[in-house]
Design a protein around this ligand. Structure first.
Ligand code: NAP
Length: 337
C-alpha cells in the first residue's frame, strides 16, 4: 500500500539521508514532500530523479500526510509533531523530544517492533544514535543470558552534531593542519587533533545530557527500567560513525562462542572476526546500514562479563535508516495505509 509521506528537516544531515534511504529501499510513497525552515523554503531538492521544492514548515503542510519522518531540533519537533499527528499522520520523530514520553514507543525494529502496537499520540520516537546500535548488539545476548549491567564508553563522530558539526570539524582540521588558531563553531571545543568529553550540556548529576539519554533510552528499548547502565560519551575527530566499547555483565556466565553464535544470526548485526584481521571501524561502517560487532572477548576480572566493540553509522542506522525501517514496519503491519 503506497502512502503520502512528508520528510521534515529535509535539508539537515539526517533529513538528507532519509531522502536517500527512502529511495534506496524503494519506500512505497504515493506522494512525497520535503519541509524545512523558512531559510530553505524554495530550494530545489532531488528525489528519485525528480526535482522537488523545499517548503517551509507550517500546520497546513501536513494535511493528507500519512507518514511524517521528522528530523528537526527538539523545540520544533515539540511544536509540529503533535500538529501532524492531530491531522492523522503517524510521525516518526528523530529528535529527543518524545523519546521518554510513556505514550510514545521508542523503537528499534530489530529489537522491539511490537511496541508499534501502542502508538497513543500518533508519534513514534526514533532513539539516540548511541542507544540504537547498543541495543541492536546487546538484544541477542540479553535474550540468552539476561544483562545485569552495561558499561559503555563511546567514540562519537562529528556528524552527531548534524550538518553544522561536520562543517565545524572540517574547518577546524584545515586551521589545525596549517598551524592556525582553531575556532570551534558547533563543537564545544577543539576537535581537530583532540577528543572532547564535554561536547554536550552537563547535567547537575555530573553526566552529560547524551549520557543520560543512553541510560534512559537503553532501559526503555530493552524493556528493563532498572537495568544498570554506566556511560561515558566522548566526541572524537571522525566524520561519520560512532564506536562503542562495551563491557556487559550477565546474570550467568556466557562463553565467547555462545555470544558469537547469537550475534552471528542476529538481525541487523555483522559480526567481524578479529582472528581473520577483521574489526569494526568507522571508515567501513560509514555509509552502511548494519551494526558492526567485533573484539568479543572475556572480561578476565568478572566471570559473567564480556567485552565487545560496536560501530555503526550514526546518520544511517543511528537515525535515518532506523526511522525508515520504522516507517516500513508501520506500512507492513497495516498501521498506516
Ligand atoms: N546527527 C545525528 O547523528 C543524529 C542522530 C540521531 C538523531 N538526531 C536528531 O535528529 C534531529 C536533526 O539532526 P541533524 O543532525 O540532521 O541536524 P541538522 O543537520 O542541523 O538539520 C536540522 C534540520 O532541521 C531544520 N530546522 C531547523 N530549524 C528549523 C525551524 N525553525 N523550522 C523548521 N525546520 C527547522 C533544518 O532546516 P534548515 O536547513 O532550513 O535550517 C534542517 O533541515 C535533531 O533533533 C537531532 O538531535 C541526529
Amino acid at each position: 500500500m503506497a502512502v503520502n509521506v512528508a520528510v521534515v528537516g529535509a535539508t539537515g544531515a539526517v533529513g538528507d539521508l532519509i531522502r536517500k534511504v527512502l529511495h534506496e529501499r524503494n519506500f512505497p510513497a504515493k506522494t512525497i514532500k520535503f519541509l524545512a525552515s523558512e531559510r530553505s523554503a524554495g530550494k530545489p531538492i532531488e528525489y528519485g530523479g525528480k526535482q522537488y521544492i523545499v517548503e517551509a514548515i507550517r500546520p497546513e503542510a501536513f494535511v493528507g500526510m500519512q507518514i511524517v519522518l521528522s528530523s528537526t531540533p527538539s523545540n520544533i519537533s515539540k511544536e509540529f509533531s503533535p500538529i501532524a499527528a492531530k491531522q492523522g499522520a503517524i510521525v516518526v520523530d528523530n529528535s529527543s523530544a518524545w523519546r521518554m514520553d510513556p505514550d510514545c514507543p521508542l523503537v528499534v525494529p530489530e529489537v522491539n517492533a511490537d511496541e508499534l502496537k501502542n502508538i497513543k499520540k500518533g508519534i513514534v520516537a526514533n532513539p539516540n544514535c548511541v542507544a540504537i546500535p547498543l541495543c541492536v548488539a546487546l538484544k541477542p545476548l540479553h535474550d540468552i543470558a539476561k544483562i545485569k549491567r552495561i558499561i559503555v564508553s563511546t567514540y562519537q563522530s562529528s556528524s552527531g552534531k548534524g550538518a553544522t558539526g561536520l562543517v565545524d570539524f572540517e574547518q577546524q582540521l584545515g586551521s589545525w593542519m596549517k598551524g592556525e588558531k582553531v575556532t570551534p563553531t558547533a563543537h564545544r571545543g577543539q576537535l581537530a587533533g583532540n577528543v572532547i568529553t564535554l561536547d554536550w550540556t552537563l547535567d547537575p548529576n555530573g553526566y552529560t545530557e547524551e549520557e543520560n539519554k543512553v541510560v534512559n533510552e537503553t532501559r526503555k528499548i530493552l524493556g528493563d527500567a532498572t537495568l544498570a547502565v554506566s556511560p561515558t560519551c566522548v566526541r572524537v575527530p571522525v566524520r561519520i560513525a560512532h564506536s562503542e566499547s562495551i563491557n556487559v555483565e550477565f546474570e550467568r556466565p556466557i562463553s565467547v562462542e555462545e555470544a558469537k553464535a547469537a550475534l552471528a544470526k542476529a538481525p541487523g548485526v555483522i559480526l567481524m572476526d578479529e582472528f581473520k584481521g577483521e574489526f569494526p571501524q568507522p571508515i567501513h561502517a560509514a555509509g552502511q546500514d548494519h551494526t558492526f560487532v567485533g573484539r568479543v572477548r572475556k572480561d578476565h576480572g568478572c566471570p559473567n562479563a564480556l567485552n565487545l566493540w560496536v560501530v555503526a553509522d550514526n546518520l544511517r542506522k543511528g537515525a535515518a535508516t532506523n526511522a525508515v525501517q520504522v516507517a516500513e514496519e508501520l506500512v507492513r503491519r497495516g498501521i498506516v495505509g
